[in-house]
Design a protein around this ligand. Structure first.
Ligand SMILES: [Zn+2]
Length: 205
């Protein structure tokens, strides 16, 4: 696997702006705190070359969304200053247009692909879980192929195929430990994650 976690793989047109103010921010911050407590979104010197991993987004309108900023996952409690607004994501041209006090997560292309695939999906959670990822077959998760790298147009297309199967969670086999869950509200997306944790037996048992 040649990928490196946390490195932005697309052309980013980012405009620095003041801190964002959106009604969805409170729920995003709360969900992040929950995922961080579970160790599913975090930063660990011994994993992924020390890059922060995992991110959460919420749709605003049309295909615009807010998402945590790049390399913020290690912070237990985020605030508005850690979020970026993705205005447009052109998957075919591998270009993301955003604004905010931070640049968006390096995986915002995958989030954009999910929102584009289904207008009813309102929230997307990307976690890293060796336990869930290794048990994707038992858990009957949709999967993207092992040769597809994160944050790329190829990944975006593969993710859209998975969403068409009406799955609530996807394991990205080309992205070590990478799992994405989504739903029509953030509480349900959070529940999808906790359900998977409960269903997945501890690794090695
Ligand atoms: Zn990831």
């Amino acid at each position: 696997m040649s990928e490196q976690e946390g490195v932005i793989q697309f052309n980013l047109l980012h405009k620095d702006s003041d801190v964002l103010s959106y009604p969805q921010l409170g729920a995003l911050i709360q969900c992040h705190q929950h995922m961080h407590q579970l160790g599913l979104i975090n930063q660990d010197p011994s994993r992924y070359n020390g890059y922060a991993y995992g991110n959460i987004s919420h749709r605003l309108r049309d295909n615009e969304f807010i998402i945590s900023g790049t390399q913020t996952a290690g912070i237990s409690v985020l605030s508005a200053q850690h979020y970026a607004h993705v205005i447009q994501c052109d998957i075919a041209n591998n270009t993301v247009q955003s604004r905010g006090p931070v640049k968006p997560s390096s995986e915002c292309m995958s989030h954009a692909a999910i929102y584009a695939a289904d207008p009813d999906i309102m929230a997307v959670i990307h976690i890293h879980s060796p336990t869930i990822w290794q048990q994707h077959q038992n858990l009957q998760l949709a999967t993207t192929a092992i040769d597809i790298d994160y944050g790329t147009p190829e990944m975006a297309v593969a993710i859209q195929d998975c969403v068409q199967q009406s799955q609530s969670c996807i394991a990205m086999l080309g992205h070590l430990d990478g799992v994405i869950c989504y739903a029509n509200n953030i509480e349900t997306a959070d529940q999808h994650v906790t359900n998977l944790i409960a269903l997945a037996a501890p690794t090695g048992s």
